[in-house]
Design a protein around this ligand. Structure first.
Ligand code: NAD
Length: 473
């Protein structure tokens, strides 16, 4: 297993010698696996799958190892293109994310067979492919999701058609092309992974309803997950989060402050697992805020926080005709310095996170902003913190964080919040295996229960029974 600290250092060394604006994007060319229409894409993936289904595990593993190699080699290019294409995120952090995907997305080793033997013979339960998977991917981690899904889905023996977010179509097409180049380099068939150059709601509908697509996988907000789950097909839904962080009186406050700011600012808060609001026990709140300021956080006054609301939130009408406040998408995933400049505030060069004290009902607490803005709510005791964290998570059952040394608090919070990921005493990205144990994924399927998806999530179980034989004892 590759040591992430070494990878992280390597990337820093390369970056220190390189100006990111020097990273050359490839000249436009015909990309492999990228089609003008969804009909063509579906036709091509169906043809490719008839060949790919004959591939054994070793051949699939060879393909995956080429995907890993190319992802490492082209991480800088993809990180830069993702930021250019979506206008969101941080190039350096996106480079790290690509290396993480290349190193820690599981391959065919994740698949196993259950065997039951006895007087009646031998029964096997095997993890088999679904066939063709239709996958919808987000704008927040576009190429990482395409590559991570491709590794997992191909490992499971499937082929994939992607309908990516329209705002990330260039970088998503780049990633599909990369996967195809890797498949060809390993001697595999072209088009086991395909997409369309211009994804729309219509191409999505066609993909979802096509009879050859046997499994649907959605990574995105609540709209897309709801749409897939009502499609009538088997679907895996990886939806929105709003991860709360609790800091109690037993925590190492200096470390908690740094970990929270590191996690909250990673890729400008785009990851769905990133810290979105903090509940700090009143005994430690001042010390926590003080230490956050030492790690690049800028504390707004209440008046400045009020002004910020008008920048990053907009009034819209919901389906019931009520006026509601939602995020201003122009500021999603943008640098903290660019956001704060809207308030006319001069900040130090190393400033990377905007913090403010709010009450529980504040929209910064209740809304998944996906910006490096962190509201902090003072609470009287741990019970109150847990009650608020559970409410702020809105039943997404996605991710929660705790800084504490009290195992009873860990247990109490985990039982109450029931999230798929629960990180203690680390930045949020530890939850997807970055500088922590465990594999990675960019599709965290809370609503449908697959959790931290891996190749086995993209397989169906098949039973093979042999009567009265091969029980060899
Ligand atoms: P988004 O929901 O706007 O888009 C996600 C994808 O769904 C896109 O491809 C989009 O075109 C499509 N889509 C959206 N609504 C649709 C509908 N009604 N019908 C068909 N397709 C539809 O999300 P985004 O802004 O790209 O990503 C951010 C959201 O995704 C956040 O809520 C974040 O928490 C979530 N997310 C979750 C995970 C996870 O693993 N659980 C990972 C990344 C992002």
């Amino acid at each position: 297993m590759i040591d992430e600290n070494k990878v992280s250092q390597l990337v820093k060394d390369v970056l220190s010698e390189m100006n990111l604006s020097d990273v050359k994007l490839p000249a436009p060319r015909k990309q492999l696996g990228v089609f003008d229409t969804m009909e063509e894409a579906l036709d091509a993936v169906n043809k490719a799958y008839t060949q790919f289904r004959k591939y054994n595990k070793e051949q699939r593993e060879n393909i995956i190892s080429e995907i890993r190699k190319l992802t490492h080699a082209e991480a800088e290019t993809m990180a830069k293109l993702a930021v250019e294409d979506t206008k969101m995120g941080n190039v350096y952090h996106k480079i790290l994310k690509h290396h993480l995907v290349a190193d820690k997305t599981p391959g065919t080793e994740d698949l196993d067979t259950r065997a039951m033997s006895g007087d009646g013979g031998l029964t096997l339960v095997e993890m088999a492919p679904y066939g063709i998977i239709g996958a919808i991917t987000p704008s927040t981690n576009p190429s990482c999701t395409v590559i991570c899904n491709s590794i997992g889905m191909l490992a499971g023996g499937n082929a994939v058609v992607f309908n990516p977010h329209p705002h990330a179509k260039r970088i998503s097409a780049y990633a599909v092309d990369l996967v195809n180049r890797a498949v060809l380099a390993a001697g595999g068939p072209e088009n086991v992974v395909v997409t369309v150059a211009n994804p729309t709601m219509d191409t999505s509908k066609m993909m979802v309803n096509h009879p050859s697509v046997k499994l649907l996988v959605a990574t995105g907000g609540p709209g897309v997950v709801k749409m897939l789950l009502s499609s009538g097909k088997k679907a895996i839904g990886a939806g929105a989060g709003n991860p709360p962080v609790i800091v109690d009186e037993t925590a190492d406050i200096r470390k908690a402050a740094k970990d929270i700011i590191d996690g909250c600012t990673f890729d400008n808060n785009l990851p769905c697992i990133a810290e979105k609001e903090v509940f700090a026990l009143k005994e430690v709140a001042d010390e926590l805020i003080h230490n956050m300021q030492k790690h690049g956080a800028y504390l707004l006054t209440p008046a400045q926080a009020k002004k910020l609301e008008d920048v990053v939130l907009v009034w819209t009408e919901n389906k019931k005709g009520e006026r509601v406040r939602t995020i201003n998408k122009d500021w999603v995933g943008r640098d903290a310095k660019k956001i704060i400049a809207q308030l006319g505030i001069d900040v130090p060069e190393d400033m990377r996170c905007i913090i403010c004290e709010t009450d529980f009902s504040h929209p910064f607490v209740q809304t998944e902003l996906m910006m490096p803005i962190l509201p902090i709510v003072r609470v009287n005791n741990f019970d109150e913190a847990v009650e608020m964290a559970v409410k702020a998570e809105h039943g997404n059952r996605h991710t929660a964080h705790l800084h504490s040394k009290n195992v009873d608090h860990m247990t109490q919070y985990a039982k109450a919040i029931e999230t798929t990921i629960f990180v203690k005493n680390a930045p949020s990205y530890a939850g997807i295996g970055f500088n922590a144990e465990g594999w990675t994924t960019f599709t965290i399927a809370g609503p449908t229960g697959e959790g931290i998806t891996s190749p086995r999530s993209f397989t169906r179980l098949r039973r093979c029974v042999l009567s009265d034989a091969l029980y060899i004892i």
